[in-house]
Design a protein around this ligand. Sequence first.
Ligand code: PMP
Length: 318
Amino acid sequence: TCSAEDGQWSKGELQPYGPLPMFPSAQALNYGQAVFEGMKAQRSAKDRIVLFRPDANAGRMAEGAARLSMIPPPPELFVEAVTQTVAANADFVPPQGKGSLYLRPLLVGSGPILGLGPAPSYTLVVYCASVGSYFKGGQLTPIDLLVETRFHRSAPGGMGGTKCAGNYSPVLVTQLAAKKEGYSDVVYLDAKTDTYLEEVSSCNIFAVKGKTIRTPPLQGTILPGVTRRSIIELARSRGYTVEEVPVPVEEAMQADELFTTGTAVVVSPVGSLTYKGGRRQYAEDGQPGSVALELYDQLTGLQQERYPDPFGWVVPVC
Ligand code: PMP
């Protein structure tokens, strides 16, 4: 836990997991000054524990914090807090390839304020838990997605480009309703035209046609995923053409394959997409698409140091 008083961050300290003391008038509880990150520490083939692009998470938190008028922690403090948390919880990092230690850096306006305004003080806390695969059925089991036609997740000029807490509670209704009907998750469409794919509740989305891969562009309405950015570079380095362009839902229905990316989901192949009652089944045999499989292998190989890391993305902790 680290805190900022009068705009100055001080070095944090390790504490056992427990309640965070806060006034009822804490800014975050009343007006929503809260942004967070999701990261993973993994045991690598070199028998050490590594992080993946922690600077990217520090940068994204700082950008989100600025949008919410919060005082972001300096990137070095963020990375040090994450690193210390991992080192202190090294025993909870699963064996290589058997899961990871999920890390949740959370920045809240913790200081009390009654009228609408920025919090007088801030708290950054990093907590963690051992995790396995995100979706039911295991990592590479294709997921069934439903295109949401009632609600939007974000609007132009809104908060979709940040990982603010308030982006997540509005999607629970749609996500839970879809899960009840047997879907794994929901895909949102753009609020302006209801035509283009945006993202899934907690991951970005890609559509493959031949050697061309398309993914929705960053226009402030979707989260700039660290995995999204990495997959774009990895795919290009393997000879794919990657285009950040609006992807109409009808085009996605005709794609060879779809997959989603995120820290939690890694690379998840999509088995089917349902839109207004029509259903596109991508793999008849229930197998993941070959491009998703290739990129999953490349990304996890790099993250677990089974493959060389020409990009300098892997950061050892201990
Ligand atoms: N979109 C949303 C809404 C998310 O919550 C996440 C998970 N952070 C992502 C995309 C993927 O981002 P990343 O690859 O940085 O985990």
